[in-house]
Design a protein around this ligand. Structure first.
Ligand code: ADP
Length: 485
């Protein structure tokens, strides 16, 4: 058993303020993707436990919705302080079950704390409206109310911060929430239950359960007591949850897949572009939905860019998360490594040239070499599919129009990046790209202050920013009549 998981007693689930096992007593294993070692077990819950959690959240909502916003903001401040106090332990949990380098793990925990603080602050700015009335004897206003019980399903790539973006706005607005973290990284999810308990958030407000994703997902989407589903993960699963939410007409917030293009124009600062590409491509070993998936480089600087980028990729230290200087950890599991090999084989078969990397890393397990492939073409699989891997295909282009067209030629529309020093081009390209997040001369742009969300099949709704709290609120129009003239 991992020492942090043991310290916080994370081998059970948090339902209605109690720490419980699955009804069947069944568990599943949690492993370390860098070593293959089993670090512990968690409950294998299903429909019955989910139903109980939803009912507890429904009961808790009746009183929690009436708490003062000041009290809720204070609970969130306390939660934020606890996260910061336990930052190292929480980062070590991420290292153990997710494999990301320790600096990235600490960064993720600190990002979680920032989200909690942001929503503690935003909670107090949920303003309504008064409307000039067309009737002299009536007054009109709009008030905002919490939507109710929220069902949340999160992925393994940011097991801490993806829950922060859902738990914090739920608590801020007076909603209650039932969360299902990903199977690969359950401890970083369950520990939210521990932190919420220590922060004094009332029983039933935040519930965390682990287990069978299909059963839990069906209950969360099918139960009429759940009023909203919020999901971060693949477009495939997001679509399943959207369709399952139709019969009970739930509100939905979906953060789904990306296929981020990274465009470098001839007039760009090449070294800045390389730095941005490294950060944007290899963060979390390429396993983020905003990671660069495709690099488009203009003909005039193409060869120089490829050479420098391949060298920077080859020089990057791959290894165990806690080792000094490591910038790249393992992929999450064997299936991810196999899929990466397939992308590379497909590209090579279609004429791509491996500039560096291209195979499993000598460290074994989930490790894969940072890989740069030049001569990429639209026929290659990674042109359409999200790779979620440390592979960087480089496409050569000639004109601005061509770059915009190729960048948009995907069903996804989450993040995109481009590098140029030309002001006119900055606006033309920014306006031409069909994406929810645009980095201009920057490779990492996510911030709690800004709205995060995709166009097209990348998602519905926004998380973070002042927009992020609105998805947890209903607007109620009230007309008061008979007031006299
Ligand atoms: P990823 O590619 O990041 O693993 P997934 O979309 O497969 O993304 O997983 C994201 C989350 O969705 C995880 O918590 C996973 O357990 C959950 N999930 C997977 N399949 C289903 C399903 N059929 N119903 C509900 N949740 C699911």
């Amino acid at each position: 058993m991992h020492k942090v998981a043991e310290e916080f007693k994370l081998e059970t689930n948090y339902i209605n303020g109690e720490w419980v096992k699955a009804d069947s007593g069944e568990t599943f294993d949690v492993d370390n993707p860098a070593t293959g070692e089993i670090i512990g077990t968690v409950p294998m819950c299903g429909e019955a436990e989910t139903k109980r959690a939803v009912e507890a959240a429904h009961e808790a909502f009746k009183t929690f919705r009436k708490t003062s916003v000041k009290d809720r903001a204070n609970m969130l401040r306390k939660l934020r302080d606890l996260i910061i106090k336990n930052q190292e332990a929480l980062a070590q949990l991420l290292v153990a079950e997710q494999g990301k380098p320790i600096a990235e793990a600490r960064g993720e925990v600190s990002f979680s704390a920032s989200y909690v603080m942001w929503f503690a602050e935003e909670a107090r700015r949920v303003y309504g409206e008064t409307i000039p009335s067309p009737w002299p004897e009536r007054r009109m206003m709009v008030t905002k109310e919490p939507v109710g019980v929220v069902g949340a399903i999160t992925p393994w790539n940011f097991p801490s911060s993806m829950l922060a973006r859902k738990i914090a706005p739920a608590v801020a607005t007076g909603c209650t929430i039932v969360c299902k973290p990903a199977e690969a990284t359950p401890y970083s999810g369950i520990v939210w239950g521990k932190m919420c308990e220590l922060a004094g958030i009332p029983a039933g407000v935040v519930n965390i359960l682990t287990g069978d994703p299909i059963e839990i997902g069906k209950e969360l989407t099918g139960n009429p007591l759940v009023k909203k589903i919020t999901f971060t993960g693949s477009t495939r699963v997001g679509k399943i949850l959207m369709s399952q939410s139709i019969p009970t007409v739930k509100k939905i917030s979906m953060e789904m897949g990306g296929n981020a293009p990274f465009i470098v124009f001839d007039d760009a600062d090449i070294d800045a572009a390389i730095q941005g590409a490294m950060a944007s491509k290899y963060r979390n070993s390429g396993q983020t939905c905003v990671c660069t998936n495709r690099l488009y480089v203009q003909a005039g600087i193409h060869d120089e860019f490829v050479k420098k980028f391949a060298k920077a990729s080859a020089d990057m230290k791959v290894g165990l998360a806690n080792d000094e200087g490591v910038l790249q950890g393992p992929l999450i599991n064997e299936a991810a490594v196999k899929k990466t090999e397939e992308f590379v084989a497909d590209a090579v078969a279609k004429g791509g040239k491996i500039e560096t990397g291209g195979k499993r890393h000598a460290l074994g397990h989930g490790f894969f070499e940072p890989t740069v492939i030049s001569g990429a073409t639209l026929e290659m699989d990674f042109s359409k599919d999200e790779t979620f891997a440390p592979i960087a295909p480089v496409y050569k282009f000639k004109t601005e129009e061509e770059a915009i067209h190729m960048a948009n030629d995907t069903e996804f529309g989450l993040a995109c990046y481009f590098y140029t020093k030309d002001l006119g081009r900055t606006f033309r390209v920014m306006e031409g790209l069909e994406y929810g997040l645009v980095g201009v001369n920057e490779g990492v742009i996510t911030a709690v202050e800004a709205p995060f969300g995709g166009f097209k099949q990348s998602g519905v709704g926004k998380e973070g920013g002042h927009q992020g709290i609105q998805d947890y609120l209903e607007e109620k129009y009230v007309c008061i009549g008979g007031l006299g003239v």
